[in-house]
Structures are given as structure tokens and as C-alpha cells.
Design a protein around this ligand. Structure first.
Ligand SMILES: C[C@](O)(CO)[C@H](O)COP(=O)(O)OP(=O)(O)OC[C@H]1O[C@@H](n2ccc(N)nc2=O)[C@H](O)[C@@H]1O
Ligand SMILES: Nc1ncnc2c1ncn2[C@@H]1O[C@H](COP(=O)(O)OP(=O)(O)OP(=O)(O)O)[C@@H](O)[C@H]1O
Length: 291
């Protein structure tokens, strides 16, 4: 028997959480953005988006899920912005009723909003049965935010420029790796954290192997993020010292930090210990998504 959702023409997308395994800030540009070098990976989990097509041209958005109450469904929501941008690009009035189930914390460095915007573009292109040239799609995505182009494919990528120069960059050993995401419950502003960067270029990113990413990789936004939200230092400390830990670092502009483990069992043990000591922190056990 067909699935009732599919029967009703409902389509589903996951907005995979983004993690910056390393994030080197190299320069402040004249346009106010920063030149970055970052290895992006994506989690197997994320927000959930569903949509059905409507023929009145309207875009309707409802939001639910554990972090849904912190978010307006109005024109500033990145799902709405992405849907409107696609409508404008197509120049017609196909409509959609969209549901966003917000599972990722908001303003937390794992690109929840960016992933939602990219997933909306993928979802509506499927729903409306349109093909968009890769270059056009990349342009639409960048207008929605620096992280959105990378979130379109949601595979391991080397990202440069302000976020628009993308190169698939598989790293041996990363695919499928156990990844713990932990957020201490404070939102930080990306613009504020970039503004707090001390403008010292600490050198390029060597992403040739997991070993170099661990030994030489950095997140240059950790210091300014900790200045804005000191609990991040406590969180990084809580991720250290667990059996099987390969790397613990902050993602994006924070406050979410990630920890990579050499097995699912090691991750589960660490997750239990961290949660027991910090009942109010958000924790997600996931894996690095394989392309
Ligand atoms: C920190 C990262 O998450 C790393 O992946 C991204 O660089 C931020 O990506 P994002 O949240 O999509 O950022 P946007 O919405 O484009 O920009 C928010 C603000 O962050 C700052 N910003 C962002 C990206 C960048 N390369 N340089 C910046 O200085 C700018 O002040 C900008 O006004
Ligand atoms: N659908 C959405 N989900 C999350 N945030 C949204 C959404 N739409 C708009 N926003 C706004 O975008 C801002 C950034 O949210 P987001 O969760 O993408 O930040 P982030 O995880 O820090 O991103 P990054 O890793 O790119 O720095 C929030 O302040 C929020 O108000």
C-alpha cells in the first residue's frame, strides 16, 4: 500500500546540520565579509521540511519541533526567503504549504537557518518539478547567506571566499565518523563574533588528512565567541578527556561545539557523561554524512 504522505503529494527533505571541522579566518575584506578557509562536513541529522504544492501562488509556512517556538514564520524566515527567491527566479506563481520541524538550535553555528534555506530550494525544485542550472542555484543560495551554497549539496567540502567557492574534498576516515553536537543554550550573533576577530591571520588550512585537521586545524572564531559567551570554554572543557575522542572544537561562530569519536560506543559514553553533568545542554548523537 502506498505511504499516505506520498499519496497526498507530500515531499520531505532533511536540512542537514553543518559543522566546520576547521575554520581559518584569513582576512577582513573591503565589503565587510571575511575571507575564510573551512572544511565543511554535514551531519546525518537536521531539521525536517515537508511541503505540498498549492495552485494559488501562496507560500504558507508553519513551524513546529523542539526549537520551533523561538522562530517566526514571517518573511524574514530563511525558508520563506528561499521560497520567494525561487518563485521570483522562476517568474511564476506556483505555491506551496511548507512545514518546518525545527530540531537544531537557532543561531548556534551549525547553520540551521542556512541548511533550511538550502533544503527549501531542493524541496521546492522537486515539488514544482523544475531543473535549475547549478550556477543559477549557487547564485540564489549565496544571496540567502554565506553558508547556503555549501548546504545545497551538503557533502564534505573545502569552502573559501566568503563561502561561495566550493570544492568537494573527501578526507579519508571522516565519512560516517561518530559526531557529537553539544549546545549550551546560548545563541550568539555571527556578525558580532566576526567583529570580535583580532584580525591576526594565523595561516592557511591543511585539510589533506584527518591528522592535519586535528593537529593544525583551528577555529579562529573560538576566542571572540568565548568572549561573547564564556560558557563555550566550559563546554570545550567538558568535551575533552573522553575515551575514543579524536577532536573537539567549536563549529562556525558558535556556540555549538562538536566532538569526533573513533566509535559510536565511545560517543554514547561521552554523551551520557556530558548530559549527566549538564542537564540543560542540548546534545545530538549523529555521524558525518557520506556523499
Ligand atoms: C561562520 C560561518 O557559519 C562559517 O561557516 C559562516 O561564515 C557564516 O555564514 P552565515 O551565517 O550564512 O552568514 P551570513 O548570513 O552571510 O552573514 C552574517 C554576518 O556574518 C559576517 N560574515 C559572514 C560570513 C563571512 N565570510 N564573513 C563575515 O564577516 C558578516 O558580518 C555578515 O553580516
Ligand atoms: N529557518 C530558520 N532557522 C534558524 N534561524 C533562522 C531561520 N530563519 C531565520 N533565521 C535567523 O537566522 C539567524 C541565524 O540562524 P542560524 O541557525 O542559521 O545560525 P547559525 O547556526 O549561527 O549559522 P552559522 O553556522 O551559519 O553561523 C538567527 O538569528 C535566526 O533568527
Amino acid at each position: 500500500m502506498p505511504h499516505p504522505d506520498l499519496d497526498a503529494g507530500l515531499m520531505i527533505e532533511t536540512a542537514y546540520a553543518k559543522v566546520n571541522v576547521a575554520l581559518h579566518v584569513r582576512a577582513r575584506r573591503d565589503d565587510g565579509y571575511h575571507a575564510l578557509e573551512s572544511l565543511f562536513v554535514f551531519a546525518e541529522h537536521g531539521d525536517r521540511l515537508t511541503a505540498v504544492a498549492t495552485d494559488d501562488g501562496a507560500i504558507d509556512l508553519v513551524i513546529d519541533g523542539p526549537f520551533g517556538s523561538g522562530l517566526e514564520a514571517g518573511p524574514d524566515n530563511l525558508v520563506m526567503k528561499a521560497a520567494r527567491a525561487l518563485q521570483a527566479y522562476l517568474g511564476d506563481q506556483r505555491g506551496a504549504a511548507i512545514r518546518l520541524t525545527k530540531i537544531l538550535p537557532v543561531a548556534s553555528g551549525i547553520g540551521g537557518g542556512s541548511a533550511d534555506a538550502a533544503a527549501t530550494l531542493r524541496l521546492l525544485a522537486r515539488l514544482w518539478d523544475v531543473r535549475i542550472e547549478a550556477e543559477e542555484l549557487a547564485g540564489l543560495a549565496l544571496d540567502l547567506g554565506s553558508d547556503v551554497p555549501a548546504c545545497v549539496a551538503s557533502v564534505t567540502q573545502m569552502v573559501t571566499g566568503r563561502g561561495e567557492r566550493l570544492r568537494p574534498h573527501p578526507v579519508e576516515g571522516l565519512d560516517g565518523m561518530a559526531m557529537l553536537l553539544v549546545n549550551p543554550g546560548v545563541g550568539v550573533s555571527t556578525a558580532q563574533v566576526f567583529n570580535g576577530w583580532d584580525r591576526a591571520d594565523r595561516g592557511p588550512l591543511d585539510a589533506t588528512s584527518l591528522k592535519t585537521l586535528v593537529a593544525q586545524g583551528r577555529n579562529d572564531l573560538e576566542a571572540p565567541a568565548i568572549a561573547a559567551a564564556p560558557v563555550i570554554a566550559q563546554l570545550l572543557g567538558a568535551l575533552e578527556g573522553h575515551d575514543g575522542l579524536v577532536l573537539a572544537r567549536m563549529s562556525g561562530s558558535g556556540a555549538t561545539c562538536f566532538a569526533l569519536f573513533d566509535s559510536d560506543a565511545a560517543m554514547a559514553d561521552a554523551a551520557m557523561a556530558v548530559q549527566a553533568a549538564h542537564r540543560d545542554w542540548w546534545i545530538m548523537e549523529t555521524r558525518i554524512r557520506t556523499a
